[in-house]
Structure formats: C-alpha cells, structure tokens
Design a protein around this ligand. Sequence first.
Ligand code: PAF
Length: 290
Amino acid sequence: MNICTTVEEMRQLLKPARLANKSIGFVPTMGALHAGHASLITAASKANDITVVSIFVNPTQFAPNEDLDNYPRTFEQDVKLAANCGADIIFKPDVACLYPAGDPTWVEVTGDITKVLCGKSRPIHFRGVTTVVSKLFNIVGPTNAYFGQKDAQQVQIIKKMVRDLMFDIKINAMPIVREEDGLALSSRNAYLSPAERKAALVLSKSLTSALTAFNNGVVNTQQLLNQVIDSIQSEPLAKIDYVEIYQLPDLTACQAELARSNLLAVGVYIGKTRLIDNIILEETNVVDNA
Ligand code: PAF
C-alpha cells in the first residue's frame, strides 16, 4: 500500500489507473478509523479496481470553540485498518497542501439543507466539508465515493454538491455501523467516560422506539418528535442540541403527517461530547438515497 502526501504524487500514482480506465473508489476520512470506516473501505475495495483513503483532519469544518486540536489522531492504527480492508493508497496531505496561503476559495451549498440540524449550531461546518471534499474529488478523481449514513445531512449535502457542480462521481451512502448495544460508531465516542458511554445509548434507543411507533402507524410528526425528546430528556447526562424530522432528499420541512421518505435526526451532548444519530422513516420502508 502506498502513502502519499502531495497532490503531485497522487496524480502520478493514479495516472496509469486513469489511462487504463480503471475504477477508483474513494473514502474520505479524518482518521481515527473504526469499524464504520472499515465498512466503507471494504465496500470501496470490493467494487473498484483501486481504493484510495484520505486521512485529513480538516480545519475549516471546525469552529474555533470545537475539538480540532483534540480530535483523535491515530495514524499508525489507521494505516493497518485501511490496508486490512483493501485500501491501495492512503492520501495524507498536510494543511498547507490543501489550503495554500492566501484568501481561501470556498465551495458552499446554500439553502436550508445546510442550515438545519447540525448546520444550526455549526454554521461554518458544511462549507468546510464541501470545500475539502471538492478539493479531494479533484485530486483523486474517483469513480465512486463512499460516506457513512451516520452523517446523513453531510451525505445529502455532498449529493447536492455533486449534482449542482456536475462532478462525474457516484456517491454511495453506506449503512450506519453500530456497537452491539446500538451506539452508532463515531470517532468522538473515544471522548466518553464509562458513565457517559452508557448514557449515550439514549440516542439509538429513542430513535428505535420512534421507528417502532412509526411502523405501528404513528405518522404525526410532532408526536414522534415529542416521544424522542421525552426519552432523551429522561437521561440526566444528555442535553439536546436538536431533535428534528425533515423530508429526504433535500431536508425540506415535513407536513403535520409524515409521507414518503423522512430523516429523523438527533444531535445530543453527552457531557461535553456532541453525538449525532439518525433513522429513516419511510412509507414503504425502502431506503431512498436519492
Ligand atoms: O465525515 C468526515 O469524516 C469528514 O466530514 C470528511 C467527509 C472526511 C470531510 O473532512
């Protein structure tokens, strides 16, 4: 497996694959890889001739008060995990490589899709994500890119960016990987104390019980939201950032009664750690990744 740190190296390394019309699968990450990332890398390597994984803790998606400096960095372990899952190339640029000096050029998806849910408390976050992902797409030139559905809003925003900017890339949204007890895997789970780890189960439990209610015929939007809010508020270590439902694919407002495909998403502080999770409530129970 190759480890590249510059754009030039990446272009040279991928040139033969491009000339031979080989498919390139790409998994962008910020490192601290876990089984969720492993599922993305494995899916990429099964479906493509070459698999590239980027590891870059992107400063522009963190606000000054967020955890950029403390974000877990576990490069040696990441290399092993990526290699075991079939990665061929790791791209590990430094900040100066992706953000040359001078005023930045931003790629920004506008509208409610970036303002609701995480966009409300993290107003610059998605502009940072779409800017870095476009840079990485231009460097790697993937056929397929893989993202985890845990970051459901990010997935929908990137799909919109790809449509609007006419990137010739298929975005594959892969199912959330969970611990046996239901906690969605996240690099930020590493921040949780044992008591917080237990308390964090309230996210998946509240979503699962809303899904059960929905499958049993409860379609009233407010009733489902209240059920989730009540359940999270019953956990003393949890503080709600948001509990919201939006229609997929563009995260538009729902009617009083749910129809078609909807994203029920939560952002919750467990102690100082902000965790997110979501579930799709769908009339037909068929996940729509449009
Ligand atoms: O989901 C992430 O890890 C990041 O937001 C991404 C897509 C790698 C961009 O920095």
